[in-house]
Design a protein around this ligand. Structure first.
Ligand code: NAD
Length: 426
């Protein structure tokens, strides 16, 4: 449990994201009545690996990068979770993200545990050649950790299908074979699944519609703000917009835009495709501050970029009725009670963005079978699975008279507890 200090919430949680995981775990464990033994197991990641990665840079000098991989749990199956490239990547962040993967996979009813990895680097400042050498050095360093039936990475912030193809290539060379199931999120044609690239955003859309239906709100009369215009934000904005929801604010790390009449999302996507993936310079709205997006006068808020952006102070000023967490960990633990007291429905990250890992699982199944589904098949299976997960979480929230976030943790804990008890201790 976190202790209360005078440090502002953002600072506390920038220093320990894992504490934010433990805070929610403690609350859910108490409400559900989780056995102390299982709680103790879940508070301690199974394996944490840190590697030094020497890479020859384009200037002819060697630079050593720090790489991380944490296996939080393999209770329900091989560990599954993305690889993040960014300057903030550290032990604590990877540990927290790996634990969220354990809970997310359980909520999504997948036969996986949780893991996460990352490299401390700034991919925007590196050449393609440098990134390829770094990714392959990382894969070789972790080749005894990764494995199609052991630990299966996927893309996350700063990585994409391109890096996953490099990982398969390096892993195949180490083990002298063909192992497409060692990572998911690969390019289609190289073992990737149709629908994987848009899956996380699609899941956000399905979760948004499911929540609006519970709230008796008509999507065609609803407005939304989406923070982040990368894999999750862009696809969530497009798919939500296609359901008739008016997107009044969008933003990325370069700019934030507001348009009361609704932003033309397809035009914004075309613009970013021609402008190195960034929104700066798009004329579809007036420029506002990054933080103003979070408190904008809209019905739905989709944080789909960074962690820890909804602090207690921000939560007090949020006007949306519904928050759908596309990003991992956008809300600090201290803000939960503010949102709950204001009656704001929060579809938590471990449910809202689980569409990505769900289709990653479908990709892995297709790799194992060597038989590939159409995009329509993938989307239908995904939408059904997402709706089912939403209903389980909703009913646990109702049964235990708690928030959807704690309802989601309880949904996961029920499955994980069964797994721990069935396997026994040694
Ligand atoms: P991405 O790298 O594709 O995009 C990140 C976006 O965030 C970019 O548009 C970037 O400009 C924006 N951003 C960065 N700093 C910002 C700032 N200060 N203010 C506003 N925007 C900012 O990453 P992604 O894959 O879309 O991941 C976003 C979040 O979703 C992360 O928390 C990630 O862990 C989570 N997530 C991703 C997936 C997936 O399948 N990619 C699955 C589940 C969860």
């Amino acid at each position: 449990m976190t202790t209360k200090t005078n440090t502002p919430a953002t600072q506390q949680h920038e220093s320990s994201m894992f504490d934010a995981v433990l805070a929610r775990l403690d609350i859910a464990a108490k409400i559900y009545g989780l056995s102390e033994d299982v709680a103790t197991v879940l508070k301690n990641p199974q394996k944490q690996v840190k590697v030094s990665l020497p890479v020859m840079m384009d200037n002819g000098k060697v630079q050593v990068f720090e790489g991380f991989r944490t296996i939080h749990s393999t209770i329900l199956g091989p560990s599954k979770g993305g690889i993040r490239y960014g300057m903030d990547v550290c032990d604590d962040e990877v540990k927290a993200l790996s634990a969220w993967m354990t809970f997310k996979c359980a909520v999504a009813n997948l036969p996986y545990g949780g893991g996460k990895g990352g490299i401390k680097c700034d991919p925007r400042k590196m050449s393609v050649g440098e990134l390829e050498r770094l990714t392959k050095t990382y894969t070789v360093a972790l080749s005894d950790v990764f494995g199609p039936d052991k630990d299966i990475p996927a893309p996350d912030m700063g990585t994409s299908a391109r890096e996953m193809a490099w990982i398969v290539d390096a892993y195949n060379k180490v083990y002298r074979g063909n192992f497409p199931g060692v990572v998911t999120g690969k390019p289609v044609g190289l073992g990737g699944s149709a629908g994987r690239e848009t899956a996380t955003g699609r899941g956000v859309m399905v979760a948004t519609l499911a929540a609006l239906a519970k709230m008796n709100l008509d999507p065609k009369k609803a407005t939304a703000a989406v923070q982040g215009f990368g894999n999750v934000g862009l696809n969530a904005a497009r798919l939500i917009h296609e359901q008739g929801i008016k997107i009044c604010a969008i933003g990325d790390h370069t700019t934030t835009l507001w348009n009361e009449k609704g932003i033309d999302i397809h035009a914004a996507i075309r613009f970013t495709k021609e402008n190195n993936g960034i929104l700066k310079g798009f004329s579809g709205g007036v420029e506002i501050k990054n933080t103003e997006l979070l408190t904008a006068n809209v019905d739905i808020l989709v944080p789909a970029a960074l962690q820890n952006v909804i602090t207690e102070e921000v939560a007090v000023n949020i006007r949306a009725k519904l928050i759908v967490e596309g990003a991992n960990g956008p809300t600090v633990a201290e803000a939960d009670h503010v949102l709950q007291e204001k009656g704001i429905i929060v579809v938590p990250d471990i449910l809202a963005n689980s569409g990505g890992v769900t289709v990653s699982y479908f990709e892995w199944v297709q790799n194992n079978y060597g038989h590939y589904w159409t995009e329509e098949e993938v989307n239908t299976r995904h939408d059904n699975s997402m709706r089912e997960a939403f209903e389980h979480v909703w009913s646990n929230g109702q049964q235990y008279k708690t928030s959807l976030r704690i309802g989601a943790y309880i949904t996961a804990l029920k499955k994980i507890e069964l797994g721990v008890k069935a396997k026994g201790n040694y």
